[in-house]
Structure formats: structure tokens, C-alpha cells
Design a binder for this molecule. Structure first.
Ligand code: AMP
Ligand code: ZN
Length: 131
């Protein structure tokens, strides 16, 4: 069993923020910012790409509801919603989950930089849109 399945099964403690039949939200142990929360399906999927579209849709509804609660009650000024998919993208727990990272000010210990590249947009568009 993966570590999130262990939490869902109640074998490992988790600080519960929200729960229903399909989904669980818990505080992330790292608390990158105060209130950093993870929302996950109770069913084990390696990552969100493996989830049926309707279940992923309901997961994102739960993320929206939970993010609104976290931002409001933590008096945050906004949040980042993040899904790391596969090791190259920083996924360390191979059970689908969505990060809710409340944002307070410019001193938040969160970093993600979009560095511009000189690439051929037409070629990339063609490659992505191929059948
Ligand atoms: P990711 O890097 O996207 O796979 O995120 C996995 C997250 O799970 C990390 O931010 C960890 O801090 C968090 N994490 C790992 N183990 C636990 C745990 N036992 N309880 C709560 N969060 C955890
Ligand atoms: Zn799992």
C-alpha cells in the first residue's frame, strides 16, 4: 500500500480537512506555507492522468471547495493549485493528489519560475495537435 492509501485506510495519521466517500483532504506534512493541503481520491491512481474524467472533475470540485475554505479561514490572499505528475515534475508520492498552497505575501517559501525560450510555436502546435 502507498503512504496515502495507508492514511486513507487510517493506518497512518493525517490531519483531516475534508472527507467524503470518494475524496480526502489532509494537511501536507511539509507545510510549505501555512495551510498547505493535499486533496486526493480514495481510490489509488498513480497520477491524475490515470483517473476517469468524471472522477477527476469531482476531485477538482472538491479542490475548489477546499481551497475556498483554506484561503478564507487562513486569511490568505490567494493560493496556488499544483499537480506534480511523474518524478521529472517532482511527484514523490505516486498516488494522485492536488496541492492547495495558500499564498500570503512575497516572502512565501514557494518558487516556480517560467523561463522564456526561443522555440518554434508553429512546430510545437503541430506536434501537440497531431492525432
Ligand atoms: P508530490 O511531491 O507532489 O508527490 O507531493 C507529495 C507531498 O506529500 C509532499 O509535499 C509531502 O510533504 C507530502 N507528504 C508525504 N508524506 C506525508 C504524510 N504522511 N502526511 C502528509 N503529507 C505527506
Ligand atoms: Zn495509494
Amino acid at each position: 500500500m502507498c503512504i496515502f492509501c495507508e492514511i486513507i485506510a487510517g493506518n497512518i495519521p493525517g490531519k483531516k480537512i475534508y472527507e467524503d466517500e470518494e475524496f480526502l483532504a489532509i494537511l501536507d506534512i511539509s507545510q510549505t506555507t501555512k495551510g498547505h493541503t493535499l486533496v486526493m481520491p480514495k481510490k489509488h491512481y498513480e497520477n491524475f492522468l490515470e483517473m476517469p474524467a468524471d472522477e477527476f472533475g469531482r476531485l477538482m470540485e472538491t479542490v475548489q471547495k477546499t481551497a475556498a475554505k483554506v484561503v478564507e479561514n487562513m486569511h490568505a490572499n490567494g493560493c496556488n493549485i499544483l499537480i506534480n505528475t511523474n518524478e521529472i515534475a517532482g511527484q514523490t508520492v505516486m498516488h494522485a493528489h492536488v496541492h492547495i498552497i495558500p499564498r500570503y505575501d512575497e516572502y512565501d517559501t514557494v518558487g516556480f519560475m517560467f523561463k522564456p525560450n526561443e522555440l518554434d510555436l508553429d512546430a510545437i502546435q503541430k506536434q501537440i495537435n497531431q492525432d
